[in-house]
Design a protein around this ligand. Structure first.
Ligand SMILES: Cc1cc2nc3c(=O)[nH]c(=O)nc-3n(C[C@H](O)[C@H](O)[C@H](O)COP(=O)(O)OP(=O)(O)OC[C@H]3O[C@@H](n4cnc5c(N)ncnc54)[C@H](O)[C@@H]3O)c2cc1C
Length: 380
């Protein structure tokens, strides 16, 4: 049975960020690491966006960035300059290629393209099985996510940020290339929190996503009809080609994934509960957690002892309660926020970097009655 110090399961955002951090840290120079994924990671299966102040660690991979965001509610819309932030986009394939290049050049990380079927912590080490092969690791980091990890419980609602996106090439130059449409709620809500998200790559090319924050997925056609009608009604075009498509569903829940970790197995990425419950944004949140995990690994303490829970968990809990109880009017929260507060404060709060005073200011910008009701529901 092949034996390793660490086994990383899943070569997606979290697994590769962990592998990259390991390669950059001399503590791991003499360690053997196995990276497993059922996929060869050779397709552009997603794009990641995040906001950031100034320069960042992924800048060499940025495909497009924007200095303005646009928000539209039902009664209010505005284009904002977001300086000192920039809204940045990375294509999955560029990220995979860049980290795999480093892994191939390294002597201590081995990649195997296999599907993992079982993982077991026997107290001493971790046994990872795939069809016909078994690997032994001192510790394992697992990014295989399955919704039942969160939905097996009833205490915390599990909403999803779900979407289908099309990269369209239009006949006419219709997009503002320095503006990302962060949320456009002017579309029909149909009993849910629904918005359009537009990321222009050029004046005639953009990724347009029909996105929902709700409990259940829609039929594929429903997202597609919404994108077509947005192109026709909001962007005045019926002449376009679909160049690429993407779809996704990201959990939005305050359920604490902590119970899945063991002494020698740590869940990471979406499977570790690293998707921000109130937004679904996971990429930047993962990048912030990896260095903390690396330091924890170096202490040799049990992996389940590391917790990322902070006061923002409680804010997210109230937010998700409001969104869950009245999903049809979720747009009102965002409309109030963007009307009353700057995107800079919103981004800082969502990055969990605000002071308590700034938290109060942010929360006071939300519709008050639903949040006070949610607080009472929680307390009593
Ligand atoms: C289309 C899409 C767009 C997104 N856009 C954004 C965004 O703009 N900003 C943002 O912050 N977040 C975004 N997200 C959310 C989140 O950032 C991504 O899902 C991110 O990839 C999560 O990283 P991860 O490592 O947890 O999971 P993944 O990147 O999905 O990696 C998990 C890996 O595990 C592998 N795997 C699964 N099962 C097995 C198995 N049995 N054996 C071996 N390997 C297995 C998979 O092949 C995969 O490579 C998006 C998600 C999707 C789906």
């Amino acid at each position: 049975m092949a034996n390793y110090d660490y086994i990383i399961i899943g070569a997606g955002a979290a697994g590769l960020m962990l592998a990259d951090a390991i390669l950059k840290d001399s503590f791991f120079d003499n360690k053997s690491i196995l990276l497993l994924d059922k996929d060869a990671k050779q397709t552009n299966d997603r794009t990641w966006c995040f906001w950031e102040k100034g320069e960042g660690q992924f800048d060499s991979l940025i495909y497009k960035s924007w200095n303005h965001v646009y928000f539209a509610g039902k009664k209010f819309s505005k284009r904002y300059a977001i300086k000192p932030y920039t809204y940045k986009m990375i294509r999955g394939i560029d990220f995979y290629n860049s980290i795999f290049q480093k892994i191939e050049a390294s002597s201590n990380i081995t990649f195997k393209n296999v599907e993992v079927t079982a993982i077991e912590d026997n107290g001493q080490n971790v046994v990872v099985s795939s069809e016909g092969q078994t690997f032994l690791g001192q510790q394992a980091f697992n990014s295989i996510f399955d919704y039942t990890m969160a939905t097996h419980q009833q205490k915390y609602p599990v909403l999803q940020q779900h979407f289908i996106g099309w990269v369209v090439k239009t006949d006419e130059p219709i997009f503002d290339i320095d503006q990302a449409t962060y949320m456009d709620f002017s579309i029909e809500q149909k009993g849910n929190t629904r918005f359009m998200y537009v990321l222009p790559y050029a004046a005639d090319r953009a990724l347009i996503e029909c996105t929902l924050f709700s409990e259940d997925l829609l039929q594929k056609e429903e997202y597609e009809i919404a994108i077509k009608s947005y192109l026709a009604n909001n962007l005045s075009t019926t002449h376009f080609e679909i160049e690429e498509t993407e779809m996704g569903s990201i959990p939005m829940t305050c359920y604490d994934f902590q119970e899945h970790h063991t002494q020698n197995i740590r869940y990471i990425g979406t499977a570790g509960g690293w998707a921000k419950p109130s937004t679904g944004y996971t990429f930047a949140s993962t990048a912030r957690k990896i260095p903390v995990l690396i330091e924890h690994i170096k202490t040799k303490k049990p992996l389940h002892e590391l917790s990322f829970k902070n006061r923002f968990w409680f804010y997210d809990l109230l937010f998700l309660d409001v969104l869950h109880k009245d999903n049809a009017h979720g747009y009102r929260i965002f409309e109030n926020l963007f009307k009353n507060r700057s995107p800079q404060l919103i981004f800082k709060f969502l990055d969990e970097q605000t002071s308590v005073w700034e938290d109060v200011k942010y929360i006071w910008g939300c519709p008050k009655i639903p949040f006070i009701k949610a607080l009472f529901r929680y307390l009593f």
